[in-house]
Design a protein around this ligand. Structure first.
Ligand code: ZN
Length: 210
């Protein structure tokens, strides 16, 4: 019997897979004409090209250079490609919104913190709830798990859940609301710090060092 090769969970993050047209539509309707967008894992640029038709500017970030080379003919004038690893590539400082379609994201809080560090305002993603696309307000204030009495929560680390509490305080309004948290029992408000030994060179579509 053949043995299935080991495939670490983290490796899923680097495998690009297209999403369906409906998912892309949910993303596109959140993009405004003056948005400057960063798309993570842009793959063959199929969504990036649609974003370019709506937004002011799109940075398409993708780690898989051969995939990009096959797809990057005749780029729109408002698109710039960044070849690199999202964990270590510096994010452009003028982005207003980021798009992260990745159901197996193991570095959510790292990306979240890096986006906030460059004052990015929104993150459109399906990484927290798996299937559902949501738009996260990155600049909104967040509470801690301890201060939440009862209800649904979604944390900056990517973890989501329901905190149980005294049933008498659960109203219909509370049951419908999702609280944005800065910390939860999974992350304890820790940052994902990743150290790299290798030095990558980031190149733009013009071939200039990024
Ligand atoms: Zn958390």
């Amino acid at each position: 019997m053949k043995k299935t090769p080991a495939f670490p969970v983290e490796a899923w993050e680097w495998v690009w897979a297209p999403h369906d047209a409906h998912t892309y539509e949910l993303v596109l309707e959140q993009i405004a004409e003056n948005d400057i967008v960063l798309e993570f894992g842009a793959g063959d640029l199929r969504l990036s090209r649609q974003i370019a038709e709506r937004a002011k500017w799109i940075y398409a970030l993708e780690i898989n250079r051969p995939l990009l080379e096959r797809s990057s003919n005749a780029l729109p004038a408002n698109m710039q490609i960044i070849v690199g690893d999202a964990r270590e590539a510096p994010f452009p400082e003028n982005i207003t919104v980021a798009v992260l379609l990745m159901r197996h994201c193991t570095h959510f809080s790292l990306y979240f913190d890096k986006l906030r560090a460059v004052s990015c305002q929104r993150l459109i993603t399906n990484a927290r709830w798996g299937m559902n696309v949501e738009t996260i307000n990155l600049i909104a204030s967040r509470c801690s798990y301890q201060t939440l009495e009862i209800g649904w929560y979604a944390c900056r680390c990517g973890n989501c859940g329901f905190k149980s509490g005294p049933p008498q305080v659960l109203t219909e309004q509370i049951a419908d609301q999702v609280w944005e948290l800065d910390s939860c029992p999974v992350c304890n408000n820790k940052s994902q710090q990743i150290k790299f030994n290798r030095k990558e060179v980031f190149t733009s579509s013009q071939g200039l060092p990024w």
